[in-house]
Design a protein around this ligand. Structure first.
Ligand code: ZN
Length: 270
């Protein structure tokens, strides 16, 4: 073969092989790029999905937060209502001349809801104090019966003349239970002339109560009694025209109308 032809031949073959290599590299690079692009897009799509899920979670959390906030507000409102009631109860007691010292800090209005448990605790203390005070003062009825004779000037059932009635008379059935209207100490239990079988109890805040004409006395002088405890049973002993309970209240020795103490929210002052 001619040297020139041989060279041309080698040159052509070489160029062809070189072109193939270049072509191969180019094809592969394009393939890699496409794959990369494909992967990249898949990743972006999955990231977008993740973002959506996170957004949903965030939305849920926001809803929860709003719900919690609402619940907190509701609790605050309820506590404030309780506070109002405590104030009202205290006001009723003040009307009766009873000043209740509410616990340290008194009724506390929270500046933020974080202190809500502290607020609730204070309210609870106030309620407990009020309840205790109410049990210490003679409010309520000593016997369930209709008032047949009121406090003050009336016609005496024995003489027919005008006389001062020192308490109220409550119609009773024989042996009907008589209750102490407040916590206190029995300072007298026994016969008391016109009063018949009677019980006198000394309470806090200067109060004394007296229960008369009983058939049977269940307590003894010196004994401590609780509000609502049975102290005896109704009868007609002493200066009495029939079975009834004569009930008296004194404060610092001065007679007061028991009718005004039968109901806590009575507007009448004592
Ligand atoms: Zn009487």
């Amino acid at each position: 073969m001619d040297k020139k032809i041989k060279f041309l031949y080698i040159y052509t073959v070489g160029l062809t092989i070189f072109s193939f290599i270049i072509f191969y590299i180019l094809i592969n690079t394009k393939k890699d790029y496409k794959e990369f692009q494909k992967n990249y897009q898949t990743e972006i799509v999955s990231l977008q999905k993740e973002v959506l899920v996170l957004k949903e979670i965030l939305k849920d959390r926001e809803k929860e937060l709003e719900k919690t906030k609402k619940e907190k507000e509701e609790i605050e409102t309820k506590l404030k209502n309780i506070e109002e009631k405590i104030k009202k109860a205290n006001h009723y007691l003040e009307r009766k001349g009873i000043k209740v010292e509410l616990p340290e800090g008194g009724i506390y209005i929270p500046e933020n809801s974080k202190k809500i448990h502290l607020y609730a605790g204070n309210l609870e203390k106030s309620i407990t104090k009020l309840l205790k005070t109410i049990q210490d003062i003679p409010v309520g009825v000593p016997l369930y019966g209709k008032i047949t004779s009121g406090f003050g000037v009336r016609r005496d059932p024995f003489t027919g003349k005008k006389a001062f009635h020192t308490g109220i008379d409550l119609r009773a059935t024989f042996k009907q239970p008589v209750f102490a209207t407040a916590n206190g100490k029995v300072v007298y239990a026994g016969w008391g002339r016109g009063y018949g079988k009677m019980v006198k109890i000394k309470h806090k805040y200067g109060f004394t109560t007296l229960y008369a004409h009983m058939y049977y006395i269940k307590v003894k002088t010196g004994q401590y009694v609780k509000a609502g405890q049975i102290i005896g049973y109704a009868g007609s002993t002493g200066r009495s025209t029939g079975v009834h309970l004569h009930y008296e209240i004194r404060r610092y020795g001065k007679l007061i109308d028991p009718k005004k103490m039968l109901y806590l929210n009575s507007k009448n002052r004592i």
